[in-house]
Design a protein around this ligand. Structure first.
Ligand code: MLT
Length: 411
């Protein structure tokens, strides 16, 4: 008899987005003529920018020549991409990091799910609630939690409520934990942590000998230049933080797949004998064993994001989505909805109308307005009573969805 990993049995229902997909597919099957508009999963809709397409095409051509052919890519990524990341994403904002502190990967979902593997199974961790489900589920799978309780929270996790009262950007918890997952700009609430909040976190992590896992997948959507884009803009963060970033949303790579994780050399954890040991080496060892890198054409495509044309074209795409977010936010708000986010992130976080539960609103919006969103409760118990709309869609669909929501539920 082959035993399976029993921790998987603790997971609640399906992963959020497949569950939404299942409900939408069932509805579409029963109502084949219903004109659905999907503002659920945050998946980009604009075509790849021309600078990216041309870099990818050139790289493919190169691979078809004897001199340009390449086999396995380097473990952490090609120097041309690592150097471009260090220069444009960090040095340009006053953050010095060495390009060998960057690990190129095929996505921030994978990195934020895999990173827990390099920490001890007894490590205690905290998440904000509502939360991107990957941080929680991967730790459940690894056996770092107890069972799910009646309120939907797992035993053994420290949940930090992100509420209207704290602007959905809570500060550190009262008790010590080893690891904290932070996401800013935040998925799902679409809000952003300012410098003051990030300084509190870095100060807390340093005095508690804890590590912050900072997911900055949506940093390109920050519209106020004074707001930090990186946790490493906060002094002292090199000793207590890991950062993840992605090309998925900033450059339309959700299907192409490219992201990266930064682990400063100063960051250490503790061995059983109490000695300090490098987290960077631990992750390098993990990646070298389990990951064979990102393909050459994809890394060339990612590097093209940093060329003058690439920056301009992807910047226009980000601005396009943010104009969608502005229309949703302002349109809903003037129709009497209470709305958050959407200023520095492509997500709108709205209170559900008429006191409806999140899934109840999801079902009604789907059946009455044929609009798909994401129920806040799917991101954790503190998301109950809220609903997320994604700004990733065509202008026409966003405007149409807005009118439908206003007509069915507006005051
Ligand atoms: C979301 O809708 O929350 C995102 O698309 C999920 C992801 O990036 O994995």
């Amino acid at each position: 008899m082959t035993r399976i990993n029993e921790h998987y049995q603790k997971l609640q229902a399906g992963y959020l987005f497949p569950e939404i997909g299942r409900r939408v597919a069932a509805f579409a099957k029963a109502n084949p003529d219903a004109p659905l508009i999907r503002l659920g999963i945050g998946d980009v809709t604009e075509p790849l920018a021309p600078a990216i397409v041309s870099a990818m095409r050139d790289a493919v051509d190169e691979l078809g020549t004897p001199d340009g052919f390449r086999g396995y890519p380097p473990d952490r990524g090609y120097d041309f991409l690592l150097d471009a990341i260090a220069e444009h994403d960090y040095a340009a904002r006053g953050v010095e990091l060495s390009s060998d502190e960057i690990f190129v990967s095929d996505g921030s979902k994978c990195d934020s799910g895999n990173i827990q593997e390099i920490f001890g199974s007894e490590c205690k961790f905290a998440v904000t609630d509502p939360v991107y489900p990957v941080y929680v589920d991967t730790n459940v799978m690894a056996g770092r939690t107890g069972e799910a309780q009646s309120d939907g929270r797992y035993a053994g996790i420290t949940y930090i409520a992100a509420t209207e009262a704290n602007g959905f950007a809570p500060g550190p918890p009262d008790q010590r934990v080893d690891l904290v997952y932070l996401c800013s700009p935040n998925n799902p609430t679409g809000t952003v942590a300012d410098r003051n909040v990030l300084e509190q976190w870095v100060g807390w992590a340093r005095s508690n000998d804890a590590i912050l896992i900072f997911d900055a997948a949506y940093e390109a959507f920050i519209t106020d230049p004074a707001l930090p884009h990186s946790i490493f803009e906060i002094p002292g963060a090199r000793e207590c933080a890991i950062e993840m970033r992605s090309f998925s949303k900033r450059a339309g790579f959700t299907g192409v797949r490219c992201a990266y994780t930064v682990i400063p050399k100063e960051l250490t954890g503790t061995l059983p004998n109490g000695e300090r040991s490098s987290i960077h080496s631990q992750w390098a060892r993990r990646q070298a064993t389990k990951f064979n890198g990102v393909s050459y054409p994809v890394q060339r495509a990612a590097a093209a994001v940093y060329t003058p044309e690439g920056k301009k074209q992807t910047g226009e795409q980000v601005a396009f989505y943010m104009e969608n977010a502005r229309r949703l936010r302002e349109g809903l708000s003037s129709a009497g909805f209470t709305v958050f986010g959407g200023v520095h992130a492509p997500y709108i976080w709205m209170r559900t109308p008429e006191g409806l539960g999140s899934w109840e609103f999801f079902d009604r919006l789907l059946s009455e307005s044929h609009v798909v969103g994401t129920p806040g409760a799917g991101f954790g118990p503190s998301g109950e009573g809220y609903f997320r709309l994604s700004a990733f869609n065509s202008r026409e669909n966003v405007d149409d969805a807005l009118e439908r929501v206003k007509t069915a539920f507006g005051s």
